[in-house]
Design a protein. Structure first.
Length: 385
């Protein structure tokens, strides 16, 4: 650790082993999204810990996924809250830890769930505890939200996220840092569609001309759909999964395709949606039906509000003695949800690392003190302009 570090960074350098130990404890709770019982076990641990840290904790029951927790400090104080946003669930099935236990190798804390996002939870708890221990916790409301289904699209938590976000001044999304150690000031929105083509079956040998080949029609539409992409402005339109036909000697009567769409602006999402609705068949007698298969995620746009809040976070980091660059992501987070309804949002506040959803998932331990110090100062010094 550096002797030249800012005093607050040094404070967390001295406590980095405790933060690593807390991350390890959290990661040793296996929490696949689909296993409510195990996610709720972590929820009970966190509820007890949060209450011991002076928070009031509200539990929002969920039937099919883990219950959601909302912790509040200074709930009765005036002003809009800061709200940290974290998820307890991971992509890893039960039993993964038996083969890949959490462990330290040099500057790396390696193990499933460490980076996405048990390490982020540990940073938030450590920053809040550090402020309380030093008698510096500000006289402002601070919330921490722990959801349970982010890895599968936040279907069971989205309405609550939106409801709570509308009450706060800033959402702090604790997804891991960008590869350049920066915040994520943009994320692409996501929409997924199904294209269903109907034709007419007939015998491929005796009467192929009497059929309407749904696979051929879908091939025409695949080219049209692919041409909707505008990668120069960040819009991708990808036909990803295709099914069609029933037997090798039958002209196929039906075919379907899955379409994945990513976009940087709401205007682009609307352009693609309209173009897909207006697809017309090439083959006489064929029909096309387009439907959305999931609730779309709006883009987290790099707009004036995002730039203003990013610049304030960057200035806080500069006072702590380090640079805080910016980056973006083609993948989504709950930051898409909050930014999409117009709530100021900062994303990518977690630790540095690599291997999200991969066997080598890990947190870079030396990044922990600076990232925790940044959260500490955001809680204490953030100004709503």
């Amino acid at each position: 650790m550096s002797n030249q570090a800012h005093p607050l960074v040094h404070y967390y350098e001295q406590r980095v082993n405790d933060i690593v130990a807390l991350t390890t404890t959290l990661a040793n709770y296996e929490t696949p999204t689909s296993d409510k019982e195990h996610v709720d076990r972590l929820g009970r641990y966190l509820e007890d810990k949060l209450k011991s840290m002076g928070a009031s904790v509200e539990r929002f029951p969920r039937e099919k996924v883990g219950d959601i927790l909302l912790a509040k400090w200074n709930a009765d104080r005036p002003g809009k809250p800061l709200m940290f946003m974290m998820h307890m669930d991971t992509v890893w099935p039960l039993g993964t830890l038996a083969n890949r236990p959490v462990h330290v190798e040099g500057d790396r804390l390696i193990g499933p769930g460490t980076w996405d996002m048990k390490g982020s939870i540990a940073l938030v708890l450590s920053a809040i505890q550090g402020l309380r221990n030093r008698g510096e916790f500000p006289d402002r409301p601070v919330w921490a939200l722990f959801t349970s289904d982010e890895e599968t699209g936040s279907f069971h938590s989205r309405e609550l996220i939106e409801q709570l976000a509308r009450q706060v001044g800033l959402c702090l999304v604790m997804e891991f840092a960008a590869p350049n150690s920066g915040l994520k000031t943009w994320r692409k929105g996501i929409a997924q569609y199904a294209v269903h083509v109907k034709g007419l079956s007939s015998h491929a040998g005796n009467a192929p001309e009497k059929g309407i080949n749904a696979v051929v029609e879908l091939a025409h539409q695949t080219l049209r759909i692919s041409d909707l992409a505008r990668m120069d402005i960040g819009t991708s339109v990808s036909v990803t999964v295709v099914h069609g036909g029933t037997a090798a000697n039958v002209i196929p009567a039906e075919a379907t395709a899955s379409v994945d769409v990513r976009y940087l602006t709401k205007a682009e999402s609307e352009r693609i949606a309209q173009a897909l609705r207006q697809l017309q068949p090439v083959l006489k007698g064929a029909t096309i039906e387009v439907s959305q298969t999931t609730a779309p995620r709006p883009p987290m746009e790099r707009d004036a509000t995002m730039i203003r809040n990013y610049e304030q976070a960057k200035a806080i980091a500069a006072r702590l003695g380090f640079d805080l660059p910016e980056d973006g992501s083609g993948g989504g987070s709950d930051g898409n949800i909050t930014a999409g309804i117009g709530v100021p949002t900062l994303d990518g506040l977690g630790p540095m690392g690599e291997g999200a959803h991969a066997a080598h998932e890990q947190v870079i331990i030396s990044s922990i003190p600076r990232r925790t110090a940044l959260l500490d100062r955001i809680i204490k010094d953030w100004s709503f302009e």
